[in-house]
Design a binder for this molecule. Structure first.
Ligand SMILES: Nc1ncnc2c1ncn2[C@@H]1O[C@H](COP(=O)(O)OP(=O)(O)OP(=O)(O)O)[C@@H](O)[C@H]1O
Length: 240
């Protein structure tokens, strides 16, 4: 299977704190890959290194065989950060028009892309509302829409469903699965176990280490437990 992301011996410290230690990771093309770990385990730091926003102290990262960071690569990556980067005074549609302009989408492409992504996140009826008046969940959905505007090959989502109600969370996951079925590779961070279950494969992150990496089923099977939560705890114990 072809690799989309390769991380080799990546490490980073902030001051004296070693936040990521000796990370090796392979994400295959076309899979939904989850990074599961508690708050502070280093998930955001790792995705920022993968996008090239943060430079590690050690190691190498490749996306589609190109070394990160690369400006060229940014065209194939959609990144939704943990905090929403939206213009509060603009409407949803104006925010997306702005993103489209940055990516150099032509007028007709722009209109179509905006329509498509708004439908995906179920915000078509709210496109003329200013973002300041959006709920937290609506802002998350708009951020997701923004990350899809340029039809990336690799979508990186940092806790995409925080503040989103269970019904909409389900619908976002079914959209993610559709995107995957159309060939997109998706890397998603989460600390929610039922979301982790939906990933094709998972890496469990604890204290800056990957303590296990496999399919959700195999991770449970290997530890002879019924839930990912129990598996996480069991792998954590083995590490000590
Ligand atoms: N710019 C920074 N300067 C100093 N410390 C940082 C910086 N960024 C992250 N850290 C530290 O690195 C550790 C990991 O943070 P990170 O945000 O990657 O965790 P996370 O797993 O994404 O957590 P959460 O689920 O709460 O978002 C934390 O202890 C955090 O305080």
């Amino acid at each position: 299977m072809a690799s989309m992301i390769i991380v080799r011996k990546a490490a980073i410290s902030f001051g004296k704190e070693k936040v990521l230690k000796n990370i090796d990771l392979d994400v295959n093309e076309g899979e939904i890959f989850g990074l599961l770990g508690p708050s502070g385990s280093g998930k955001t730091t790792l995705v920022k290194m993968i996008t090239g926003i943060l430079e590690g102290d050690q190691g190498e990262i490749f996306i589609k065989d190109q070394k990160v960071p690369s400006l060229e690569l940014m065209k194939s990556i959609g990144y939704m950060a943990q905090s929403d980067a939206l213009y509060q005074e603009l409407t949803a549609k104006e925010n997306l028009e702005f993103i489209a302009a940055i990516y150099g989408l032509k007028r007709q492409e722009r209109k179509k892309a905006i329509q498509e992504v708004l439908e995906i996140v179920d915000l078509t009826d709210h496109m003329d509302k200013v973002v300041r008046d959006f709920s937290g969940g609506m802002k998350r959905r708009l951020s997701l829409a923004a990350s899809l505007m340029h039809k990336p090959d690799l979508l990186i989502l940092d806790e995409p469903t925080v503040g989103i109600d269970p019904v909409l969370r389900q619908s976002i996951w079914s959209e993610l699965r559709k995107l995957k079925n159309n060939g997109m590779t998706i890397l998603v961070t989460t600390h929610v176990m039922d979301e982790a279950e939906k990933c094709d494969r998972l890496a469990m992150l604890r204290d800056g280490y990957i303590i296990a990496c496999d399919t959700p089923e195999k991770l449970k099977e290997n530890q002879k437990v019924d839930s990912l939560e129990e598996a996480f705890l069991a792998y954590g114990r083995n590490e000590k």
